[in-house]
Design a protein. Structure first.
Ligand SMILES: NC(=O)c1ccc[n+]([C@@H]2O[C@H](COP(=O)([O-])OP(=O)(O)OC[C@H]3O[C@@H](n4cnc5c(N)ncnc54)[C@H](O)[C@@H]3O)[C@@H](O)[C@H]2O)c1
Length: 259
């Protein structure tokens, strides 16, 4: 009986691969047997991230800006040239943007967040889907957020962008699932990470660090999540274990949005 959670020989492209969640995902997909194409802005950061992968993993680092269509087309081409296809796509790069109320958010800052988090995800779908549609199989996992399910003060652009990622996910699932290509997204909650620290500090400028107890008091699990816990759900959605899952938005938030 084949182990349906394994990804042996599958080709996985991960964007935002030098970040906390992308690195964790890449590692788990590689541990389960996938070949990795790691995409992020800096070649140097990518090399550091892929250096930690299991020794047996075949991995390639491609520097690209996900907001530039030519660079997105390039990372897709490089992946297909190197490995023949793309089976798994973790469309994950994202930025939190400026932390400020709407009245103090510049148009430029708003557009920057939409550009990376929405246009970047759209371009990834636009260029990866034709590869998967040609083979009538594949699994795409976009990274949204619980900020895509509920409002979030001081990060309105971020919240709007993540609502859009869920809309893109569901629309793509309706367009593609009949062909065998599944499209889902993950909605992480408060993950122990640089991004969460930046948001907390941005909301409380110049103040003493907020005690951990205060940060987690509204999370039923009473702790922050770990990037590895996001990676577990991504790897599940990537695998044949999730063969009937498409159009879903999986929360990984310790129960934060259950109420
Ligand atoms: N950390 C959290 O608590 C949390 C919670 C919910 C959702 N998320 C989402 O998870 C994803 C990963 O976040 P993370 O916590 O790993 O953050 P991170 O900042 O560690 O990683 C994000 C990565 O995206 C890359 N990136 C940004 N703009 C890019 C661009 N234009 N082109 C290519 N790469 C670009 C960055 O260089 C970085 O390596 C993001 O989409 C984020 O919104 C994070």
């Amino acid at each position: 009986m084949p182990d349906r959670i394994r990804l042996d020989g599958r080709v996985a492209v991960v964007t935002g691969a030098a970040g906390v969640i992308g690195t964790a995902t890449m590692r788990l997909l590689a541990e389960r047997g996938a070949h990795i194409v790691a995409v992020d802005r800096s070649q140097q950061h990518l090399q550091t991230a892929i250096a930690d992968l299991p020794a047996a993993a075949r991995a390639l680092a491609v520097a690209a800006d996900v907001t530039r269509e030519d660079e997105v087309a390039d990372y897709v081409r490089v992946a297909v040239d190197a490995f023949g296809t793309i089976d798994v796509f973790h469309n994950n790069a994202g930025v939190e943007g400026d932390i400020a109320p709407i009245t103090r958010c510049s148009l430029e800052a708003f557009r920057r967040v939409i550009d990376v988090n929405v246009v970047g995800v759209f371009l990834g779908l636009k260029h990866v889907l034709p590869v998967m549609l040609k083979q009538n199989k594949g699994s795409i996992i976009n990274t949204a957020s619980i900020a895509g399910l509920i409002g979030s003060p001081d990060i309105a652009a971020y919240s709007a962008s993540k609502h859009a990622v869920i809309g893109l996910t569901k629309s793509a699932a309706l367009e593609c699932t009949a062909t065998g290509v599944r499209v889902n997204c993950v909605c992480p909650g408060l993950i122990d990470s640089r991004m969460l620290s930046a948001i907390i500090e941005g909301r409380n400028p110049g103040q003493a660090p907020i005690p951990d107890g205060k940060i987690v008091e509204r999370i039923p699990a009473r702790r922050l999540g770990q990037a590895s816990e996001v990676a577990s759900v991504v790897a599940f959605l990537a695998s044949d274990e999730a063969s009937y899952v498409s159009g879903s938005a999986y929360t990984i938030d310790g129960g934060r949005t259950a109420g």
